[in-house]
Design a protein around this ligand. Structure first.
Ligand code: G6P
Length: 634
């Protein structure tokens, strides 16, 4: 969603704010703005559209202010117009506020302020905040406070009136030596430099400046001054929190010569899988030695002991990884598993089953629906007898994120930071997380023979070099094929079965996200029950046909599409290519692989196909329209 930055220190704030926003642009990019305090006044500059529009405007108006806040927007209330861009100022233009989130009771506050004579310039929920702070600051009570405490006290009173999930950064021209930052269910981190302090929606954006960071917790109000950072709760009590040192490398957030982040992240996948394997697979585990320890070092006992049921909650691509997880947890570990969209589960949770593990899957670690679904699951089971109580596990690459804070345990997928809005490497890494979890459970429950577990692990060990083979041998052919679909194709259908049905879904999602071509996915066997009516020679069909238990079935379903004149593109193994060539018009081949681990290979050519179609169309691959990488509103 929206991104927030703040800076107070000895350097020119605007440059730092803009470079901070550049690193946050993936969160939202329909308008942007900064506000600084200069010569006793707020100086606010905003621009519609991408950040370069704002940068251009600012270059015409360079200023030396050493304090400021900034924002990149993903519209919720009000169109993406300059008047709705943040920062928002109070009527007197003394206070500037940036917000990420939604103020649910803004209409009521707006009406109340209007009745007191306040006028509003935007349609946003945020604009009530600077005006409410201004109103509170007017009251006599604040005047009795020492000057240094007034703004903080006014913000504290204001946030207690706000309902919703939000993060804020606030400056006031009458208090030019402080930024107030607030976190209430939307992420916000503070960076500690030498005589300078930063705030940012994403800790990674702080990396170029400092590694000493503090992720605020819900209900924290931070006061940043040139002398330091003080943290308070909403009741006004001072609380102590300590920064920690991030060990991330800022280079991870650079493009490193690739045309787009998405392409770079596709090429990072072999390394991501290697790191996962090195981290979690126990090299001393050999089936024929009858080991008395798990082949996987994920150490999730006791939350995974005596499980009767697993429920997985996720959104978007993470939901697709969850579907592969369900297949594995049921077919490999033998545990009944459900998968729900977090946004649905929140309002229609399943009946409570004892000994249930609830898993949240998320690449950002901040998705509001996923976090809220997990929190509500914890709440509704609290107070019940132990076997009914919530056991929460997160599968994420963001070990420092909100989800990690609310779950009992996490599987850190070690995929690192993903910048391209369309998820690629984080999907593969989440899927790896599910392999590890199901292998650990399968071993501990003796759900399948150890020899089969070893076979699966052996297969997984080959995955990194097999992905490299696909990237090395298929890239040119896929790019060439992409040209055929870049101009006239308006619809695509993807089909798959079994463990590769989620790959059909993910292939379709990748295509629509970045190329804006309409794409739908169906279980191959369902085609004939409706979707087949859509087919003609203008609608290509991609069939994920990996050799194994359902291969022949998928081929038959693909033939049914071919009989309706659809151009057929098959994702299959190279060894199968000659035979499959009779069915498919085009083929995207991957190395020979066990069906159970084939999704990690079959997704790769589909990521590449989507990428190239979008790149050929000249679209903004990394920041597709209307999307955001971190969805912190409901
Ligand atoms: C957004 C992103 C998607 C992502 C989804 C879920 O819509 O654009 O790429 O799959 O959120 O995000 P999460 O962080 O929970 O995995």
């Amino acid at each position: 969603m929206c991104g927030i930055v703040g800076y107070i220190g000895t350097q020119a704030a605007t440059d730092i704010l803009i470079s901070g926003l550049e690193r946050l642009e993936y969160r939202g990019y329909d308008s942007a703005g900064v506000a600084t305090i200069l010569e006793g006044n707020i100086n606010c500059i905003k621009a519609k559209g991408k950040l370069y529009n704002l940068r251009e405007k600012i270059e015409r108006d360079v200023n030396p202010a050493q304090i400021g806040i900034g924002h990149t927007r993903w519209a919720t209330h009000g169109k993406p117009e300059e008047r709705n861009a943040h920062p928002h100022l109070d009527m007197e233009k003394r206070i500037a506020v940036v917000q990420n989130g939604i103020i649910e009771n803004y209409q009521q506050i707006r009406d109340e302020l209007k009745s007191k004579g306040y006028e509003f310039r935007s349609e946003t929920d945020t604009e009530v905040i600077p005006n409410l702070i201004a109103e509170v600051l007017k009251t006599a009570e604040e005047d009795f406070l020492p000057r240094y405490a007034r703004l903080l006290a006014a913000v504290q009173k204001t946030v207690n009136r706000l309902k919703g999930a939000f993060a804020l950064a606030i400056i006031c021209a009458d208090y030019p030596e402080e930024i107030i930052a607030v976190r209430q269910q939307a992420p916000l981190a503070i960076g500690f430099g030498q005589g300078e302090f930063f705030c940012n929606s994403d800790v990674t954006a702080l990396l170029p400046h400092t590694r000493a960071v503090l992720s605020l917790e819900n209900g924290d109000i931070a006061k940043l001054t040139p002398l330091g950072v003080e943290i308070y709760n909403f009741a006004g009590d001072r609380i102590s929190r300590f920064p920690r040192t991030l060990d991330w490398n800022p280079v991870q957030t650079e493009k490193q010569g690739f045309r787009h982040y998405m392409l770079k992240e596709i090429y990072e996948q072999p390394a991501v899988v290697r790191t996962c394997l090195d981290t979690y697979i126990n090299p001393n585990w050999h089936a024929d030695e009858n080991p008395d320890f798990s082949p996987v070092n994920i150490g999730l006992s006791p939350i995974t002991d005596d499980l009767e049921h697993i429920q997985i909650l996720a959104c978007g691509t993470s939901w697709h990884a969850a579907l592969i997880g369900k297949y594995l947890l049921e077919q490999v570990a033998g545990i009944p598993t459900t998968v729900d969209y977090a946004s649905e589960f929140r309002y229609s949770p399943k009946p409570i089953i004892p000994n249930t593990l609830t898993i949240g899957v998320t690449q950002s670690g901040e998705t509001a629906d996923t976090i809220a679904a997990l929190e509500s699951e914890r709440a509704r089971r609290a107070g019940l007898e132990p076997k009914f109580q919530a056991k929460l596990l997160a599968i994420t690459n963001r070990a420092e994120s909100s989800i990690a804070q609310i779950c009992d345990r996490i599987i850190d997928t070690h995929a690192g930071i993903e910048i391209g809005v369309a998820a690629t490497k984080t999907f593969v890494a989440q899927t790896m997380g599910f392999y590890f979890l199901s292998l650990d459970l399968a071993y501990r429950r003796q759900a399948i023979p150890n020899s089969r577990i070893e076979e699966i692990i052996e297969g997984l060990r080959h995955i990194p070099s097999q992905i490299e083979t696909i990237l090395d041998t298929q890239a040119d052919a896929i790019e060439e094929l992409a040209h055929d679909f870049a101009t006239e194709t308006e619809d695509f259908i993807f089909i798959g079965r079994g463990i590769n049905f989620p790959i059909a879904l993910e292939g379709a999602l990748k295509l629509k996200e970045i190329s804006y071509i309409h794409a739908e996915a169906y279980p191959a066997g369902e085609m004939k029950h409706g979707p087949i009516a859509l087919l003609d020679n203008k609608v290509p069909v991609v069939a994920v046909a990996m050799p194994g238990s359902v291969y022949e079935k998928v081929i038959s379903n693909a033939q049914e599409a071919k009989a309706r004149d659809a151009r057929l593109i098959g994702v299959t193994t190279a060894m199968n290519a000659t035979e499959a060539g009779h069915t498919f018009d085009d083929m995207l081949t991957v190395p020979e692989v066990d069906e159970l681990i084939s999704p990690i290979l079959s997704i790769i050519p589909l990521q590449m196909l989507s990428y190239h179609i979008a790149a050929i169309k000249g679209l903004d691959v990394d920041q597709p329209r209307n999307l955001a990488k971190s969805v912190t509103v409901e």
